[in-house]
Design a protein around this ligand. Structure first.
Ligand SMILES: Nc1ncnc2c1ncn2[C@@H]1O[C@H](COP(=O)(O)OP(=O)(O)OP(=O)(O)O)[C@@H](O)[C@H]1O
Ligand SMILES: [Mg+2]
Length: 303
């Protein structure tokens, strides 16, 4: 089964599930599905990277399996680990059975029996704890695999991803190779806090997501914040645009625009004048120095 029929199909179905695409996003998303290649999304915080994976899952009805990356993430958290507790209990239970764990000699003493056969029984599926990568590979139903904030992991984890993303398989020494019956739709996101390896990039389609233009941002706001007045949406997007030009420590993203719109509705503010901006700036700027800069540059009456 194909994921999407065309880029236009991506645009329509993602729109219906609350995500607005531009032509480049729609085309690359379509290709990721058609070519069964992972999609690497890079760009500043809050521009809709994670949301795109969620929207694909909503639009297609495929379950979302998420691997949240962080420093120190290892194989046991990303791929699989053996359930040691359960294995230990199985070993104890095995040892406690005289007919299996020990052999009785003629004088009635118990002697330990070889444990070799136990090895085979505690390294089976029953004792395997699957983590997101293996879960996604093994699922038979359609799956969207989100590998979120991949730049936060150590470089070693990328090595682990390579086998999964190039062959869609995982090798478990005790069990053998588990290959995907159905390839998941893979989305990787990155804030580009460090360069990803060329080997990883080569296996992916690449899309840089950036702040949208004013028209699309207004459309996103109307979609995300029902009941938002046209005029105030226009004022808000224009102000956010000016703030982005200031080269702040943390420029406001789409997420902040959405938060700001909700704030204005909650406060029943119908005109985003200087006073209203100054009063609600905390919804958009999260650093004191940015706040001060904005007050000065936008010549706001009071802060
Ligand atoms: N194209 C879009 N259509 C609709 N909503 C969007 C779009 N882009 C972003 N948003 C909104 O912005 C919010 C933030 O997006 P998201 O969490 O995906 O950002 P991100 O790029 O993953 O940021 P970070 O790098 O901080 O994780 C979303 O919850 C959504 O409300
Ligand atoms: Mg994100």
């Amino acid at each position: 089964m194909t994921w999407f029929d065309s880029p236009a199909d991506v645009a329509t179905r993602l729109d219906a599930s609350g995500y607005l695409t531009d032509p480049a996003t729609a085309t690359t998303t379509f290709l990721a599905g058609a070519l069964e290649k992972p999609l690497l999304l890079e760009g500043p915080a809050g521009v809709g990277k994670t949301e795109l994976a969620k929207a694909v899952s909503r639009a297609t009805g495929a379950e979302l399996v998420r691997l949240q990356c962080y420093e120190g993430l290892d194989e046991a958290r990303a791929l699989y680990e053996w359930n040691y507790k359960k294995q230990l209990l199985a070993i104890q239970a095995y040892g406690a059975q005289p007919q299996r764990g020990t052999a009785t000699t003629v004088d009635g003493n118990h002697q330990p029996q070889p444990w070799n056969d136990l090895d085979h029984s505690i390294f089976t599926d029953e004792f395997l704890l699957t983590r997101p990568l293996l879960t996604a590979i093994r699922r038979e139903a359609q799956t969207v695999l989100l590998i979120d904030e991949v730049d936060k992991t150590d470089i070693e984890v990328e090595g682990l991803l390579l086998e999964v993303l190039s062959d869609f398989q995982v090798t478990i020494p005790e069990l053998g190779t588990v290959a995907a019956t159905r390839r998941p739709f893979v989305v990787l996101t990155s804030n580009a806090s460090r360069e990803l390896s060329e080997a990883l990039k080569r296996r992916c389609l690449y899309l840089h997501l950036d702040y949208p233009d004013a028209k699309r941002e207004r459309e996103i706001l109307h979609k995300q914040v029902p009941g938002l007045d046209d005029r105030i949406a226009e004022q808000l997007v224009a102000t956010v645009g000016r703030l982005r030009d200031l080269e702040l420590k943390k420029a406001p993203s789409i997420a902040e625009s959405v938060d700001w719109a909700r704030t204005l509705i909650a406060l029943e503010i119908r005109d985003l004048d200087e006073v209203a901006i100054a009063e609600t700036l905390g919804a958009v700027l999260k650093h004191q120095s940015d706040h001060q800069r904005a007050v000065k540059e936008l010549k706001l009456g009071r802060s």
